[in-house]
Write a protein that binds this ligand. Structure first.
Ligand code: PSU
Ligand code: MN
Length: 302
């Protein structure tokens, strides 16, 4: 029994050593409203192709772990109302029970590694939530980055999180956090988090070389590439902070916890910002897809 099913295009690219970029699916089912979610997913895939790599959107459909979806599968997933949100803890259960679920950063990394894909583009990773000193809510994405050798291109950690604590945990786990083209850590919708990133690189080639060096050293984890949202699409931090604060308070008032927290906050921020956060979210994902494809191309050169 094969553990995963590659799409015909992904199978061909992998067999020929062509660059492939993994893409997550929680952003499709738990992040954006229909039909913008499908439109975004298609544009992200096209951006990867335009940049010279093959996109592999990952999801579990009726128990089958798909690495690369056909357009019909993508459309069906985008319309699925009750897909499960799959992290490391959930993926095997979903597959063994024949259910449908969308993969988070952690689960997408697991599937990518299984299929031999080294690069993955997403919006923002999960991390340490505000108030984690009481709730203990720390995303499994961080532990995954410490143990699975996939380079993840994101616009930093989602700015709904406690970013200083997220950086500390990543440091403890030995995950390189590399800001792309600037010294500041980006903050998802905003270019600057008000924090210096631990590392900086300016070229896809350097990122690919560092990925290979980790492998050569036998280090198990991945790298986080923090790619700032394009200037013309950003929502400045001083505009976002009160919106994030209000959404966070609403989550507390409504007793939201666990896996529901991230989707709830993103949805509330979308409502409070009157759709502006969604536009920025789409722009940053496309930007990350482009950089991830460039890194994948560099990696496949040697
Ligand atoms: N993007 C969205 N909504 C989400 C996520 C991304 O628009 O829910 C997911 C990502 O897949 C990320 C996950 O890996 O949130 C983190 O959730 P948690 O903190 O529950 O681990
Ligand atoms: Mn959590």
């Amino acid at each position: 029994m094969s553990l995963y099913t590659p799409s015909p295009k992904v199978a061909e690219a992998l067999a020929n050593g062509r660059p492939v970029v993994a893409l997550e699916s929680t952003i499709i089912t738990h992040g954006m409203p229909w039909p913008q979610n499908l439109e975004m997913a298609r544009r992200v895939e096209q951006t990867v192709r335009d940049s010279g790599a093959e996109p592999a959107t990952i999801a579990v459909l009726e128990g089958v772990l798909h690495v690369g979806l056909t357009d019909a599968q993508l459309e069906k997933l985008a319309q699925t109302l009750h897909a499960a949100k799959l992290s490391r803890a959930d993926i095997a259960v979903c597959m063994s029970q024949g259910k449908t679920g969308a993969t988070t950063v952690a689960a997408t990394m697991i599937a990518a590694q299984l299929a031999g894909i080294s690069i993955f583009a997403t919006g923002g990773i999960g991390g340490v939530h505000m108030g984690a000193e009481n709730s203990f809510d720390i995303s499994a994405d961080l532990a995954e980055l410490s143990q699975t050798a996939v380079t993840v291109v994101a616009a930093g950690a989602k700015a709904i999180l406690d970013l200083p604590k997220t950086l500390e945990v990543l440091e403890t786990y030995g995950v390189p956090v590399i800001s792309y083209g600037q010294d500041q850590l980006p903050a998802f919708w905003s270019r600057e988090a008000g924090l210096r990133a631990p590392l900086r690189m300016n070229h896809a080639k350097e990122i690919a070389a560092a990925h290979k060096m980790r492998g050569a050293l036998g280090l198990p984890g991945g790298q986080l590439i923090a790619n700032p949202i394009p200037t013309e699409a950003e929502i400045p931090r001083d505009v976002m902070l009160p919106i994030i604060r209000r959404a966070t308070q609403d989550a507390v008032d409504n007793g939201i916890s666990g896996k529901d927290t991230t989707p709830y906050l993103l949805q509330r921020i979308y409502e409070i910002s009157e759709g502006r956060s969604l536009e920025a979210n789409i722009a940053l994902v496309l930007n990350n897809a482009r950089l991830a494809a460039q890194i994948a191309c560099e990696l496949s050169k040697s």
